[in-house]
Every structure is written in C-alpha cells, then in structure tokens.
Write a new protein. Structure first.
Length: 164
C-alpha cells in the first residue's frame, strides 16, 4: 500500500447563482452525487461544510464553486468520475457552468492521512496553469505516479493500465 493518496480539486464557474432556476437540477443532484462518491471504492475524504457540500466556500469568487477530495489512487478517482452515475452529471455540466479557458481540475499526491487545504489546492491549480503537468500538479490526461511507486514520478495516462 502506498504512503500517498491522490488529492484533486475541480472548479466551475456558474452561469447563474445556485438559487436560480437554471441551477436547480444541479443543486438537486448534489447530495446524491456526494453520497455516490463517498460509497465509491477508493474514496477517502471530501471537502464539505456542515451542510454536507462545499457550495458555500468561494475562495475564487462568488461565481466559482470548488470541489476537493482525496482518493486512494488515480484509478479509483477515474472510475468514479468516468464510470459511475457521476458521468451523467458531467455530461450536463455545460448547462450550469461556463467553459473555462484554463485548467479547471488538478491532481496531486499527498502523504496518506493528510487533508489538503483550499489554499494548497489553489496553489496546485495555479502551478498546473503556469507550468503544465508535473509530478506536483497534473491531470488525468498527463498523470504522474506516486512518489513511493515503482518508477516514481513517471508519467502515465488514464488510457494506460492502472498504475499500482
């Protein structure tokens, strides 16, 4: 078992406020999708307030939602994002969120048990945007192995076999 876990941050610029009719279906699905994540193999932790989600946290401005979680590995997060009911919601994201011209998702390794701060996550997203994928900030398309894995820091793609 690795001494590292995968942290992820994704952000979205809302087209309208959460209270608007446009966002109603997104809001109606939050609890279900969060519960799905928590029940998914490899899920470790997610950022949330007492209300059970992170929609009240707006460190990047009023229109930008943040979502942050920690997973056992890239394969676990990939399966949740692309191979579960979460993908149905992702297909609809353009209904609710404006397409961003920069990276809106970043992945990075944290020591097992560490919970990243929002500040750290935003720094990782900035690093990815400024320098591109690296072992310190990467994407699904250009991921990097955990620091204690065989070939630590080596690139791989989600199309590759699961990196153990």
């Amino acid at each position: 078992m690795s001494d590292y876990e995968l942290a992820e941050l994704n952000i979205g610029m809302m087209k309208e406020s959460l209270e608007s009719p446009l966002m109603a279906d997104f809001v109606a699905n939050l609890e279900r999708i969060n519960a799905l994540a928590e029940a998914s193999p490899g899920f470790v932790w997610r950022l949330q307030t007492e209300e059970g989600d992170a929609t009240a946290l707006r460190p990047l401005g009023d229109k930008i939602l943040v979502n942050m979680s920690v997973w056992r590995d890239v394969a676990s997060l990939r399966d949740y994002v692309y191979r579960s009911a979460h993908s149905d919601i992702m297909r609809r994201r353009r209904e609710w969120f404006t397409r961003m011209n920069q990276a809106d998702t970043v992945l990075w390794w944290v020591p097992r048990g560490q919970r990243p701060s929002i500040t750290e996550a935003i720094e990782r997203l900035s690093l990815l945007r400024e320098q591109g994928p690296s072992p310190r900030a990467f994407t699904f398309r250009e991921a990097f192995r955990a620091p204690d894995a065989d070939a630590a820091g080596a690139r791989f793609s989600i199309a590759d076999e699961c990196p153990v």
